[in-house]
Design a protein around this ligand. Sequence first.
Ligand code: SF4
Length: 362
Amino acid sequence: MSKVHQSIRRKLLAWYDKTKRDLPWRDTKNPYNIWVSEIMLQQTQVKTVLPYYLRWIKTFPTVEKLAGASERKVLKLWEGLGYYSRARNIRKAAQIIVKDVNGKVPDTEAGLMALPGIGRYTAGAIASIAFGLKAPVLDGNVKRVLSRLFCLNENGATSASENRLWQKTADLLPTRRPGDFNQALMELGATVCTPKSPTCLQCPVRTSCEVFRQGTLELFPPAKKKAPAKKIEVSAAIILRNRKIYIQQRAKGGLMGGLWEFPGGKREKMESMEDCLRREIKEELGASITILDKVMTIKHTYTQFRVTLHVFNCRLNGQRLRPNGCEQWKWVSPAQLATYPFPAANVKIVKYLTDEISKTRD
Ligand code: SF4
């Protein structure tokens, strides 16, 4: 066993014991709670996750409660957290656990990885933290720390590079306290060895760190090529009839699948926003509309694109609707709207409707 590895383990664990953040999922070894926190923390910062985690555990304190919940309730609780397949998968996995394995979260990496939404990272985190197994983890923080600690010219951008980093994190993992060590490594990346300005002078493992020794910090990890976020312009219609508003559920297999939305869509080249909306409503609802006025413009950034959403009050010409391409559609009152899960940009329309329009329009 390498002396460098031993020294890193000892110092990192001592530092973790002294400085670790007090987080609600660290008070427990309950595999369900740890699983929920790990799924929420994928691509999402701790401060964003905290209120969602607390609400979730209060609403669904056990695997059984989650398995018995409706998809709508689960997605509503996840609303705003993004990557909604995580919410659909954790519910599906809970149903499998209750039906096939007596309600017990599997206690091996292989058993965990057989469930929907649990990959190698999440399986390693649950297995090591909840069950004390020597199972490595590799997330963005760990990749960065490893690249810097050992001067590895790796960023995980290819599967070969990812495999080499998995091997490195497995080599470094101790048999004793693997769950704490994994958390310490991730904590170091989140709080000290940060992407832009690591605080090396406060780092517990700086004397073992190759880039610190060589003064080559800016070279590690090697930069990944990143495509700039695409800009898209989208129109959306608020259609009222008998004091009810038309909403539709997005197809379950697609982006933000299972969430509800106001009808509309992406502007095509040379099209005005109004023409775009009339065309989209014709295509989606098989109906024509009269556009009354513009309500608001909403800007929202998702991971791969930046959306500008133009929202209009509209009236249906005629009564017949032939919606297609959605899972289902409904006319709901402004008060009922708040019980449906919507993508983040649409939540602002819901707020507008519940605050303002319900009292004033027909
Ligand atoms: Fe990261 Fe600096 Fe610590 Fe090296 S010394 S692990 S670069 S914070």
